[in-house]
Design a protein around this ligand. Structure first.
Ligand code: 9L3
Ligand code: MG
Length: 128
């Protein structure tokens, strides 16, 4: 069976974690997520994530280690998360998001994360 994988980034800069508010689709709009997207056929997860961060945020990021675990999404997809480090660029909501926030450690739970992202963020925080 084909694995339908969505990759998300626990993207850090200066100790802060990036949260992105979705603007689409309607059922997810307003929810906050770790930015990322679908892995294309034949694409490495790390390459897909770097591509998505370029497309969605306009930044270059170094993709670091995978956060252990995998979390179910709609339509048979599963979310995998990698820690990542901002290398260059200023993150902007170019695609699929209408707001970004860099969250200090004590602010991480100040946004309403999408349900699927709550366990993923929890797991990502477990690896400081
Ligand atoms: N999704 C959930 N949490 C995330 C990401 C990156 C994606 N952190 C869900 C939203 C969509 C699906 O995965 O239903 C595909 O994501 P995208 O390609 O629309 O970003
Ligand atoms: Mg996306």
């Amino acid at each position: 069976m084909n694995e339908r994988i969505v990759v998300g980034a626990a993207l850090y800069d200066d100790g802060r974690l990036l949260a992105a508010r979705r603007s689409a689709p309607p059922e997810l709009a307003g929810g906050w997520e770790l930015p990322g997207g679908k892995v294309e056929p034949g694409e490495r997860c790390e390459d897909a994530l770097a591509r998505e961060l370029r497309e969605e945020l306009g930044v270059e990021a170094e993709i670091l280690e995978r956060v252990p675990g995998q979390w179910p999404l709609a339509k048979g997809y599963a979310l995998r998360v990698y820690r990542a480090r901002l290398v260059s660029g200023v993150a902007e909501p170019l695609e699929d998001h209408d707001e970004l926030r860099w969250l200090a450690p004590d602010q991480v739970w100040s946004v309403p994360w999408l349900a699927a992202d709550v366990p993923a963020v929890t797991a990502a925080l477990g690896q400081p």
